[in-house]
Structure formats: structure tokens, C-alpha cells
Ligand binder design. Structure first.
Ligand code: SAM
Length: 294
């Protein structure tokens, strides 16, 4: 994994921060912690994010949580069709008033329950997803968007650095888990840029990372039954520090007894004493296929 560039605001003027706080005051906006509102106030970083997204005027872009428009404005300048999904009523209506480009539509909506297929059908083109995601929404939203991958061309999102590390983690590492497996199974995922916490207001506790997802034409490894594969991975990681044998014994799919599990693991040459967190995506997939066909 190449080391990513890092943008820090240290030693730069605070004028943009002062202006941003004045803007919040003018519109009587109090950032809401429960909605993960930490706003990016550095314009050159917004512009860099939009540049990394390679937007053309033929694209249909869904922006998650546009907030006060830090990304929406430079996105609009690309001439693409932009649909911003903002949950906060006050921010959505403010943005609808101030961003007047005819190619931009701000919808007051919950990105987690939004019908992305409907937009795809209307425009008959795969969507690009972009956003500085609210922390609480990151994992469930990534899973939702992975399920909708056939209508998505790519995603560029800013997320907590620690979550970005999980997305790109390899087997046997502390942060490897269910989200690493599903992201890497369906996407090529690349960390693009670290953005330190001092570029946001209010200042969050941790730094962020910009991550690009490119949807794979076909999954990294063949998965025979996606539902079963998902259950196997999820239940295994609930017991990630146990031996594989014990972790599998505890799942309802393995009610067939210890002998059957040992037989499956031996047939695949997987040591039953290994921990679930050491299994590669391919090993999980062959194990799932073997159990299904048993
Ligand atoms: N894009 C802005 C920026 O970069 O300054 C704001 C980013 S802020 C981290 C996250 C934004 O997502 C906030 O505007 C918040 O209100 C919005 N948001 C929170 N939960 C949401 C949800 N379920 N659906 C859509 N937007 C949501």
C-alpha cells in the first residue's frame, strides 16, 4: 500500500476558520454532534477531493451529507448532475437557497434509506458517490452501497482514518474484519489522502482519510452463495480470537457436530486451530462453498 499524502492546516492562516465560524453564526447553525457534523472549511482540500473524483459533465453524482456545501460547490463547477442527500432539515433548506445551479438538486433525505436504484433508473447511468461521511453512518452506509454496487461506478469518500485502515486491512492484522472482506471482495480500494482533524470545525478527535472505491467487474474470488458466505464471515468474526473450530461450532450452520467441521477444514487443508481473523477472503469462500455442497 503506497503511503498517502497528508494535508495538515498547521502554520497556515486561520482566516478560513474565522470566516466559517462567522457563516455558522450568520445562519444560526449549531453543529449537531449526533449527525456527525464536522465541516470541512479548507477550500483547497475540497477542490482536491473533487479533482480526485474525476468528475465529468456526463456523470450523475450523489453527494452524501453536503452540509454547507464544501464539496457541492466545486462539484457543481464540473457541470455534472449532482444530487445532494442531506438529513438535517435546516442545512438542506439553506443549501437549496444558496446553491442555485440548475444541475444541483438538494434532497432532504436519509442516505441510509434512500432509493439509489430510482436515480439510476431515471438517469440510465451508473452513479458516482462522493461525500465527507458522518462517522456514525460510515459502516452501515458502505455495506448498503456495496449491495447496490451494480448501479455504482465508483465512490470517493472521506472517512475516519481508523475505518480506512479496516477497509484495506489484510488477514492476521488487528483491524481485519467483515468490512475489509466485503469491501475488497467487491471493490479495489485505495487510500488517497490523509486530512488532519484541524481542517474541520468543530474539530473531531481523529484524522480522516479520503478513500477511493472502484467497483470490480466480478468479485475478487468466486462466491457461490452470497447470503451463506456473509453469514459465515459475520459469525466467524463474532469469535475472531477463538480457534476456527470453536468459532464454527458456535454457529447454527454447524449443528452437524465437531467431526463434520473437522472434516471440512481438513479437506481444505485449513488448520482448525487457526483463528478466524487469519483466513483470507479466498479461504472463507472455499470454506463456504465446501459446507454448502456437503
Ligand atoms: N459535506 C460537508 C462538509 O464536508 O463540510 C458536511 C460533512 S459532515 C461530516 C456530514 C454531513 O452529513 C452533515 O451535513 C450531516 O447533517 C449529514 N448527515 C448526517 N446523517 C445523515 C444521513 N443519515 N443522511 C444524509 N446526510 C446525513
Amino acid at each position: 500500500m503506497p503511503t498517502t499524502k497528508r494535508y495538515s492546516r498547521k502554520h497556515q492562516s486561520d482566516q478560513e476558520l474565522t470566516d466559517f465560524i462567522a457563516l455558522l453564526k450568520k445562519h444560526r447553525i449549531q453543529p449537531k454532534k449526533r449527525l456527525g457534523q464536522t465541516f470541512l472549511f479548507k477550500r483547497f482540500i475540497s477542490e482536491e477531493i473533487v479533482r480526485l473524483a474525476n468528475i465529468t459533465d456526463r456523470d450523475v453524482v450523489i453527494e452524501i451529507g453536503p452540509g454547507l456545501g464544501a464539496l457541492t460547490r466545486p462539484l457543481a463547477a464540473q457541470g455534472a448532475q449532482i444530487i445532494g442527500l442531506e438529513y438535517d432539515m435546516a442545512l438542506a433548506s439553506l443549501l437549496q437557497k444558496v446553491v442555485r445551479e440548475p444541475t444541483v438538486e438538494i434532497i432532504r433525505a436519509d442516505a441510509l434509506n434512500f432509493d439509489y436504484h430510482n436515480v439510476f433508473t431515471q438517469h440510465a447511468t451508473q452513479l458516482k458517490i462522493i461525500g465527507n461521511l458522518p462517522y456514525y453512518l460510515t459502516s452501515p452506509l458502505i455495506f448498503k452501497l456495496l449491495k447496490a454496487r451494480s448501479i455504482i461506478q465508483g465512490m470517493l469518500v472521506m472517512i475516519q482514518k481508523e475505518v480506512a485502515d479496516r477497509l484495506t486491512a489484510q488477514p492476521g492484522t488487528r483491524v481485519y474484519g467483515t468490512i475489509s472482506i466485503f469491501t475488497q471482495l467487491y471493490c479495489e480500494v485505495e487510500k488517497k489522502l490523509t486530512v488532519t482533524k484541524d481542517n474541520f470545525y468543530p474539530r473531531p478527535k481523529v484524522d480522516s482519510e479520503i478513500v477511493a472505491f472502484t467497483m470490480r467487474g466480478k468479485p475478487l474470488v468466486a462466491v457461490t452463495d452470497e447470503i451463506f458466505f456473509e453469514k459465515l464471515v459475520r459469525t466467524s468474526f463474532l469469535r475472531r480470537r477463538k480457534t476456527l473450530l470453536n468459532a464454527l461450532k458456535a454457529t447454527d450452520y454447524f449443528n452437524r457436530g465437531k467431526e463434520k467441521i473437522l472434516e471440512a477444514l481438513n479437506a481444505l487443508d485449513i488448520d482448525p486451530q487457526r483463528r478466524p481473523e487469519t483466513l483470507s477472503i479466498r479461504e472463507f469462500s472455499t470454506l463456504a462453498t465446501h459446507i454448502m455442497s456437503d
